[in-house]
Ligand binder design. Structure first.
Ligand SMILES: Cc1ncc(COP(=O)(O)O)c(C=O)c1O
Length: 380
């Protein structure tokens, strides 16, 4: 028998408590009962996004919220900085192009974070730039961006907003929307929310609503003004993903009980433990200087296709992790620290990587990674 375990950077493991909630008989969405759930969920989302402003919910994957953050904001011909340091940064650039905007691509080597000074000089050189699009956590590389510093720069420009893809950051890393002045932050249910895929979120600041009002792009389902109006009445414009709302209510209650500071500290301890374990095994981190706490990208051993590690973990141990994408294919493997997992699950992941490396003929000392991870986790 092999027990299946998932450490992919989305979808993540869902707790049995959440699954049981979602297995309840389906509710009709135009009822008082469901309206109460919407109200509770929206309050919970505001708590996690750390905002008094709006948080919208859509029945889509995270990319739906990314699309909305372009088609509600940019008019054709508008310029927008797109930080491209990985697969998802490229998506911003593609979306801006698709809606007739002009991406000002800021290419960053994969594995590195953008230097905020570059954004500052680009905005100084051309203050007509309407938006800056970044990833808080670039899942394809395991890099965390200096969001706070970038927000401090963008805030100085009345005609520019900051749009943050927080799909693998919200609920893992501290991203206080109101305190840092983040205009739009998007999220997706299959990440830190420990839910199946199918919900996307977007927090929207008053400054960003000013942009939405002036935006002439065609949009229908992703019309943010329409959704804001509906949520104001504790309902959604169209049929919501009812069961996922019910599951989200459960997760949000758990998050409130744990508290955000404890949640962030716990996620950070898993990431630190996993990174220390990989280094103890003689491996190199793909993003050593600015690592994300939601996912760690690790370079495979010299001369070895890292994809073999991904395959071996799946076939021998029933463990799903992710490989590299595009240029990083075969070079890295990626392990998530999100979802319904605890410290011992992280130890399991480390142990499985160790055993896999040994079985693939690598000179690892069994237990070295586990010990390094334990040293950190016992102090957390
Ligand atoms: C940082 C980031 N942005 C965007 C996406 C796209 O989200 P989805 O696949 O839910 O559309 C992902 C998914 O992995 C992601 O990790």
């Amino acid at each position: 028998m092999i027990k299946k375990r998932i450490y992919s950077p989305g979808p993540v493991d869902v707790s049995p408590y959440t699954s049981l909630e979602m297995a309840r008989p389906i509710l009709h969405h135009r009822t008082k009962e469901f309206e109460a759930i919407v109200a509770e969920v929206v309050e919970g989302l505001k708590y996690v996004f750390q905002t008094k402003g709006d948080v919208l919910v859509f029945a889509s994957s995270g990319t739906g919220a990314m699309e909305g953050a372009v088609c509600n904001i940019l008019n054709p011909g508008d310029k927008a900085i797109c930080v491209r340091g990985g697969k998802f940064g490229e998506r911003w650039s593609q979306l801006v192009t698709k809606f007739g905007g002009e991406p000002v691509d800021m290419n960053v080597p994969w594995g590195q974070a953008v230097d905020p000074a570059l954004i500052e000089s680009a905005l100084k050189a051309d203050p007509s730039i309407r938006a800056v699009y970044i990833q808080a956590s670039e899942t394809s590389t395991g890099v965390a961006s200096p969001v706070k510093e970038i927000a401090g720069i963008v805030r100085k420009y009345e005609g520019t907003i900051l749009v943050v893809d927080g799909i693998t950051a919200v609920g893992v890393m501290n991203l206080p929307v109101d305190e840092w002045g983040l205009d739009i932050v998007v999220g997706g249910s299959q990440k830190a929310w420990r839910l199946p895929p199918g919900l996307a979120f977007a927090s929207v600041s008053e400054k960003a609503w000013g942009f939405v009002e002036k935006c002439t792009q065609p949009r229908y389902y992703f019309d943010w003004s329409k959704e804001r109006k509906a949520l104001g009445k504790n309902t959604t414009a169209y049929t919501p993903a009812v069961s996922l709302f019910v599951g989200l209510r459960q997760v949000l209650a758990e998050i409130r009980e744990e508290g955000l500071d404890a949640l962030f500290a716990r996620s950070a301890s898993y990431a630190q433990a996993f990174r220390a374990a990989m280094v103890a095994l003689g491996l190199r981190l793909f993003a050593p200087d600015s690592p994300s706490d939601s996912i760690t990208a690790v370079l495979g051993p010299e001369g070895m296709d890292a994809g073999l590690i991904v395959k071996h973990l799946a076939s021998k141990y029933g463990i799903t992790i992710a490989g590299g994408q595009d240029d990083a294919k075969g070079k890295i493997f990626r392990v998530s620290h999100m979802g319904y997992l605890d410290a011992l699950d992280m130890i399991t992941a480390v142990a499985a990587v160790e055993m896999t490396l040994k079985e693939l003929g690598q000179p690892v000392e069994l237990g070295a990674g586990v010990r390094a991870a334990q040293e950190i986790l016992v102090q957390a």
